[in-house]
Design a protein around this ligand. Structure first.
Ligand code: SAM
Length: 280
């Protein structure tokens, strides 16, 4: 027994199911169930929620989510070796855990979720940013989820919460902060994981705003921000030359001096610029 539930300790689960960590799958497991329960608590009261967990692995965070009262957990795991271990958890929490063996980049999770949906995951580092960008850029806003509670390498977490003028400020900060409240909720050293990764990690909590913070066309905002930060050391009139010959007029119309560099421009400025460029 492990403290938060009547299931075996995670080290025993890993031994019994032969779950030696694979680097190719980004497997750095959390084996301390008090810590996984703490991460689950960052997501708030889950009692009325469906929780999507990507990459449950041996199930440490899954157990944290279930023990802290999540109504249902949908867990999508690519590694077939983990499925029997996850099925044992499902048996201990009848009707509350659905396990899908598949690639989170391909599975249609919407068919399996309803009501108030939260995403909570210790993401595999190799697809973490791609999943986040997908969750932040759905065809319509508000999205299918109310909040995202996600473990990233600390450097990625810092890019999500970065403010103008900092080195970490860029596309990820703008995409995230345009439509969410964001904060770093927990920082974890490499030793919190088995095996320990090379870098520190952090849990970021993002809450979806009912509507974007400033009006802007999503596709144009994405395009202009990508182009601006692609050459972040250049003045915007040069970095954004590809937008057309009258880019300086659009910058001026948005209240941005054409000699400014991308990392100095606040979110509101990029939104105003995207509005001015709309239709191009
Ligand atoms: N949640 C577990 C924990 O906290 O101990 C494991 C986290 S580990 C960082 C990432 C997990 O994602 C691994 O179990 C790995 O097999 C799984 N994974 C990797 N790529 C995946 C993908 N494309 N779709 C679904 N799961 C994936």
């Amino acid at each position: 027994m492990s403290g938060i539930d009547d299931l075996p300790p995670l080290r025993q689960v890993i031994d019994e199911h032969g779950l030696s960590a694979r680097k190719s799958l980004g497997q750095n497991f959390l084996l301390d169930l008090n810590l996984t329960a703490r991460i689950a608590r960052v997501a708030g009261d889950l009692s009325g929620c469906d929780v999507l967990e990507v990459g449950p692995g041996p199930g440490g965070l899954t157990r944290g989510l279930l023990a802290s009262g999540a109504r249902r957990v949908l867990a999508v795991e690519k590694d077939a070796r983990c499925i029997p271990a996850l099925q044992q958890i499902a048996a201990a929490y009848p009707g509350r855990l659905e396990v899908i063996h598949g690639d989170a980049l391909e599975v249609d999770v919407l068919a399996h979720l309803s009501g108030d949906v939260r995403v909570v995951a210790n993401l595999p580092y190799n697809i973490g940013t791609e999943l986040l960008v997908r969750w932040l850029t759905p065809p319509e806003w508000p999205p299918f989820w109310r909040s995202l509670t996600l473990m990233f390498q600390r450097e990625v977490a810092q890019r999500i919460v970065a403010v103008p003028g900092s080195k970490a400020y860029g596309r990820l900060a703008i995409l995230a902060q345009w439509r969410c409240d964001v904060r770093i909720a927990l920082s974890l050293p490499p030793e919190a994981f088995t095996p320990p990764p090379k870098v520190s990690s952090a849990v970021v909590h993002l809450t979806a705003l009912p509507a974007p913070r400033f009006e802007a066309d999503a596709a144009m905002l994405s395009r202009v921000v990508a182009m601006a930060f692609n050459q972040r050391r250049k003045m915007l009139r040069a970095a954004l030359k590809g937008m057309g010959p009258d880019i300086e007029d659009h910058l001026n119309a948005a209240g941005i001096a054409p000699t400014t560099r991308a990392e100095q421009v606040p979110l509101e400025g990029f939104c105003a610029l995207a509005q001015s460029l709309k239709g191009l």
